[in-house]
Design a protein around this ligand. Structure first.
Ligand SMILES: C[S@@+](CC[C@H](N)C(=O)[O-])C[C@H]1O[C@@H](n2cnc3c(N)ncnc32)[C@H](O)[C@@H]1O
Length: 275
């Protein structure tokens, strides 16, 4: 007679069966993530300057959400989170400032899932009206809160996403960028279920010869609104986009001449909302 299979041993925020922990070889538990290239296929492509690699969504969604959970992405961009949510059988609410981009992402979603399991909203996420709209939407999805929060804001002004005054990449100063980000973080905190997780994806920048540690500054703003930090992951950025080719030498010269180091990493900072 064979033993009856053990019931799964799971945390309420993940489908990972801890009885089978040795089998999850693809799940990262180290704080240094190195990817040679961006995953493509399954609806993912490099069609938006500044989108994140799908592997970030795969790792974070698998560790910090369950099937059918609602992933809330407040800077949806080209929809990487929505596509990965669809693939991993999660639900998703995504917010993006640019209406044409929202329309474009709608075209990537399976029609029967759009507006039932995957919801795409257009608007300024710093605006309280959008927060009320998300709360209402959560109710229609039979939930009081989202189950996982994703924040992939502009990295200050290093990529200008639009001419829109509400676009965080157009913030007049680093301080107004951080204040704007803090407002969004506060909105995210309100919408996330207690005991659940948030992931911030962000890189640093240089301005006038000085390193501006946007990653740590945004982490501090997340802490100010109540999030507790769980992990700081450093990820290489080589795989994000096609190689910079000839300009690499120019950057190397500039780095040597200016006394600085060329960014090869960004951060994925994981937080939780205390119960
Ligand atoms: C770094 S990108 C996100 C990319 C996304 N993770 C993806 O994979 O495509 C940041 C996005 O935030 C949007 N954004 C900037 N300010 C915003 C605001 N106030 N409200 C909503 N979206 C905003 C920009 O238009 C841009 O598409």
């Amino acid at each position: 007679m064979t033993d009856a299979p053990k019931p799964p041993k799971q945390k309420p925020w993940s489908d990972i069966d801890l009885n089978r922990w040795r089998e999850y070889e693809e799940i990262k538990t180290d704080s240094l993530w190195l990817y040679d290239s961006r995953a493509s296929g399954d609806g993912h492509k490099l069609d938006y300057h500044g989108n994140y690699i799908p592997q970030i969504a795969t790792q974070i969604f698998t560790r910090y959400s369950q099937t059918d959970d609602i992933i809330l992405d407040l800077f949806l961009g080209s929809g990487t989170s929505a596509i990965e949510a669809m693939r991993l059988k999660r639900r998703c609410i995504g917010v993006e400032l640019k209406p044409d981009l929202v329309e474009y992402v709608q075209g990537k979603i399976e029609p029967d899932l759009l507006d039932s399991r995957i919801h795409l909203l257009h608007g300024n996420i710093a605006n309280p009206e959008i927060v009320a709209q998300i709360s209402d939407l959560l109710q229609t999805m039979q939930a009081n809160f989202a189950h996982l929060l994703i924040l992939h804001p502009p990295y200050g002004d290093i990529i200008k996403f639009s001419d829109h005054a509400d676009d965080l990449s157009n913030a007049a100063t680093p301080e107004t960028f951080l204040d704007g980000f803090e407002t969004v973080a506060r909105h995210g905190y309100k919408l996330l279920a207690p005991g659940r997780f948030a992931a911030l994806i962000i890189g640093d920048k240089y301005a006038k010869g000085e390193l501006i540690p946007l990653g740590f500054q945004c982490m501090e703003r997340m802490n100010r609104v109540g999030f507790k930090t769980k992990a700081i992951i450093v990820k290489n950025i080589e795989g994000n986009e096609k190689g910079k080719g000839k300009s690499a030498n120019l950057w190397r010269y500039r780095a040597l001449a200016g006394g600085y180091y060329i960014f090869k990493h960004e951060y994925i900072i994981v937080f939780f909302k205390p119960k």
